[in-house]
Design a protein around this ligand. Structure first.
Ligand SMILES: [Zn+2]
Length: 79
């Protein structure tokens, strides 16, 4: 099951892993660069996702991780 990402309000951190939902919760409205950096760190360090320059965010299985449309990060996908 691939990791999903969901934008939520009122998160105390930029991103929090929710193992019950297999989802990384991200704080809605976080600056895109900060969000991408945080998610990239979680995915590669905590889950062993492949760190492929230019490939954006990937799941531990190598599939691209889709960002929620609510998160204003579309302009930052080109790492
Ligand atoms: Zn996956």
């Amino acid at each position: 099951m691939c990791i999903r990402i969901a934008a939520v309000d009122d998160l105390p951190k930029i991103a929090i892993w929710d193992p019950d939902e297999v989802t990384i919760l991200v704080s809605r409205g976080t600056h895109s660069h900060d969000l991408i950096r945080e998610l990239h760190a979680i995915l590669t360090i905590d889950f062993g996702a492949p760190d492929i320059p230019g490939a954006g965010l990937t799941c531990f299985c190598g599939e691209p991780v889709c960002l929620p449309p609510q998160a204003p990060v579309q302009d930052a996908l080109e790492l």
